[in-house]
Design a protein around this ligand. Structure first.
Ligand code: NAD
Length: 365
């Protein structure tokens, strides 16, 4: 049974959901390594930070000496690797940071894990897991097709972000094939839910609408994404670590294919119901929707076949898009202090490398 887990990127959107899930639903002890880039926010972990089963190290996963020291100190039974640069638009503006963290950082972590793992007694070696958390974007674009991404779909990434994640997936599999390290890879569709950084599509639209600002939709808004509620993802990740077969890949998705425009319209309609008192001059939230120039290389459709997770690990999402988006909008309405401190930059004061939050007014779509 797994008792000690090292999580990278635990101050991010999915990492913090995973840590909150593990503290509430298991007895494992967790060590979180995070560099605290602009995307890392310890305020997302406020509820669990005081738990004696939780510890935090601020560290960069590309720092080999530091990563090795932490792995040796923590002596984890599983490493769950979520740290990454994750915003596609930022990867178009500055791809090298994505290669550094996503490719080099993963290689550094794999090496620290390998050296630690190879020195373990045989039985502990057998039980050890290195779980790499990746994205469906590595598979590329399903434009004009009714197919779904399966675990056997070839890689064809389009953006520097997805290419760097594809590179990291290949490294992880190579560490298994070459050294026999027990690795697991998961490729998941778009997540949404509480504590999502405001430059991402769904929170960006909720907050802009609440402020009576334009809701910028790329191109014609017909890009299709498969949406998964972040707490369903956290549950899936833990299921894979505990019951997944080493060397296997698992696709995780929500069976919720929607166009970006449908997502934005759903948010507008929920706000009409939940916040009928609109900002001055706004006739309807939908009237704020504006179409803006599309992102270069923008993939048209992603869709996941998550049947292996269902068949082999008995995991299915608990939230439909309708239930999950209602919870999400309500969370942003009830947790204004969290996002106001992100928008003002206060969450990040005193840290190195603070970046502006509203990345050129765009949102990740
Ligand atoms: N968000 C999604 O929809 C989605 C979907 C599928 C897969 N993923 C993958 O899941 C993982 C987590 O995604 P997220 O949305 O929570 O990302 P995020 O950007 O919210 O969080 C990333 C975290 O990694 C940390 N980090 C970045 N560079 C680091 C470094 N060099 N060293 C240590 N920490 C560093 C950041 O501080 C941040 O806390 C990523 O690997 C991403 O590719 C995300």
């Amino acid at each position: 049974m797994i008792e000690r887990v090292l999580i990278t990127g635990g101050a991010g959107f999915i990492g913090s959901a995973l840590i909150r899930y593990l503290i509430s639903n298991t007895n494992v002890s967790i060590v979180n390594i995070d560099k605290l880039t602009y995307a890392g926010n310890l305020e997302s972990l406020g509820d669990v930070a005081s738990s004696e089963r939780y510890a935090f190290y601020q560290a960069d996963i590309t720092d080999a000496t530091e990563v090795q020291r932490i792995v040796e100190n923590v002596r984890p039974q599983a490493i769950m690797h979520l740290a990454a640069e994750s915003h596609v638009d930022r990867s178009i503006d500055g791809p090298l940071e994505f290669v550094r963290t996503n490719v080099m950082g993963t290689a550094v972590l794999l090496e620290a894990a390998r050296q630690y793992w190879q020195a373990l007694p045989k039985q502990e070696q057998h039980g050890f897991r290195f779980h790499h958390v990746s994205t469906d974007e590595v598979y590329g674009d399903l434009e004009g097709s009714t197919e779904l991404f399966t675990e056997a779909t070839s890689y064809s990434p389009s953006s520097p972000y997805s290419a760097s994640k594809a590179g990291s997936d290949h490294l992880v599999r190579a560490w298994q094939r070459t050294y026999g390290m027990p690795v697991l890879v998961t490729n998941c569709s778009n997540n949404y839910g509480p504590y999502h950084f405001p430059e991402k599509l769904i929170p960006h639209m909720i907050l802009n609408a609440l402020h009576g600002k334009a809701l910028p939709v790329y191109g014609n808004g017909m890009q299709i994404r498969d949406w998964l509620y972040v707490e369903d993802h956290a549950r899936a990740l833990w299921r894979v670590v505990c019951a997944g077969v080493p060397g296997e890949t698992y696709n995780i998705g929500g069976h919720n294919e929607l166009t970006n425009l449908e997502v934005v319209e759903t948010i507008c309609d929920l706000l009409e119901e939940l916040v009928p008192n609109k900002p001055a001059g706004v006739a309807s939230y939908r009237s704020l929707i504006t179409f803006v120039e599309d992102r270069p290389g923008h993939d048209r459709r992603y869709a996941i076949d998550a049947s292996k997770m269902e068949r082999e690990l008995a995991w299915v999402p608990q939230e439909s898009f309708q239930t999950g988006i209602r919870k999400t909008v309500s969370w942003y309405l009830d947790n204004q202090v969290w996002w106001q401190r992100v928008l003002s930059g206060a969450y990040h004061l005193g840290r190195l490398g603070a970046a502006s939050v509203n990345h050129q007014g765009r949102s990740d779509q």
